[in-house]
Design a protein around this ligand. Sequence first.
Ligand code: HEM
Length: 356
Amino acid sequence: MNYETYLCLDQLLSAQKPQSVAHKRPAHDEWLFIAVHHAYEIWFKQILIELDSVLMKLSSDRIEERDMDVVVARLERVNKIFHVIAGQFDILETMTPMDFLEFRDLFTSASGFQSFQFRLLENKLGLRPDDRLTYREKPYTADLSPAKSRDVQAAENSATLFNCLDQWLSRTPFLDAKEFAFWDEYKRAVDLMFKQDESFVCASENLNETEKSQLITNIQTQRQMFSDLFNERAYEEQRTRGTWRLSYRAIHAAFLIQLYRDQPIFHLPFRLITEVLNLDSHLTQWRYRHALMVKRILGNRMGSGGSTGEKYLRETTEKHKIFEDFYKLTTFFIPRSRLPQLPETFARQLDFAFKR
Ligand code: HEM
């Protein structure tokens, strides 16, 4: 075995086949266009390998602590890859719109829309079919080969990162601690915070009556938002409408972990949530970067796959979000100084330190 055979370089390097060369009207930039797409697909493949290993560990009913470290490390790797590949659009942008038009007609209706690896990635992360934008009233799998379409649909119905996280969060044991009923305590702390804020506003000598009434109205609006979150029925109604996606128990755990992230036992779970947020933001940045590049190269032209082009891609940056709940949660964080104090006995359960 040598470098060439180990890496199957003959296959890899003979896969760039510009249509412009085949049609005897060579367009220099088509080499770049193909190389950049190939580079992306290879990175998508690596991301899928990492994600599959993460899903394998997270989909188990019981996750060992040492596995959590691996899960976090692999998601961190996925994020590093995303960071690097978002920058690769810079290279493609050295191709001008006129250079692109030299060969655009030759790949006819081929489009990134048919990237089955990208669809697998979206589905394995947890993008639901009903949340997808559609165009030409066809399912997003319509232009995939039957085998690829089956794989992509199978991923819709298998373990997804979103569902695994939801289930893992719901299993958090500390939510049921006898010493500390977290959700009730949190409700009380929020209520106290608003009462103190209201008293502060009413007693203030620096505010006139109009300013006071404006501030009291703001506090009441916030109170209402919190009370919708604290009421399970209201939460479930919002969930049915699609405002929230996480289960109610998972929401509680996500709060507990993030509000008390200084506690040793929450360090890894907190990092996991952070990596998931990073992943969501990287994917959105990728979509946005791609959309911007498309606008620069295609203007308002339709895509080769038949969509509205840049408009469709820009809309996916908003509509195809998967982990939005984790961002929304922060609306309901309160300052550390106003959090309920953890009882000593409970705090000890969250500590790894060996104490005599
Ligand atoms: C000159 C460069 C490019 C242009 C003009 C372009 C254009 C487009 C357009 C217009 C779409 C929307 C679907 C359609 O109607 O065809 C699309 C989708 C897509 N493209 Fe590109 N693209 C370019 C480069 C790339 C590269 C380098 C990749 C990397 C793999 C890529 C991956 C994708 C993916 C995955 C989609 C589906 C996005 C979704 O449905 O959310 N594109 N592209």
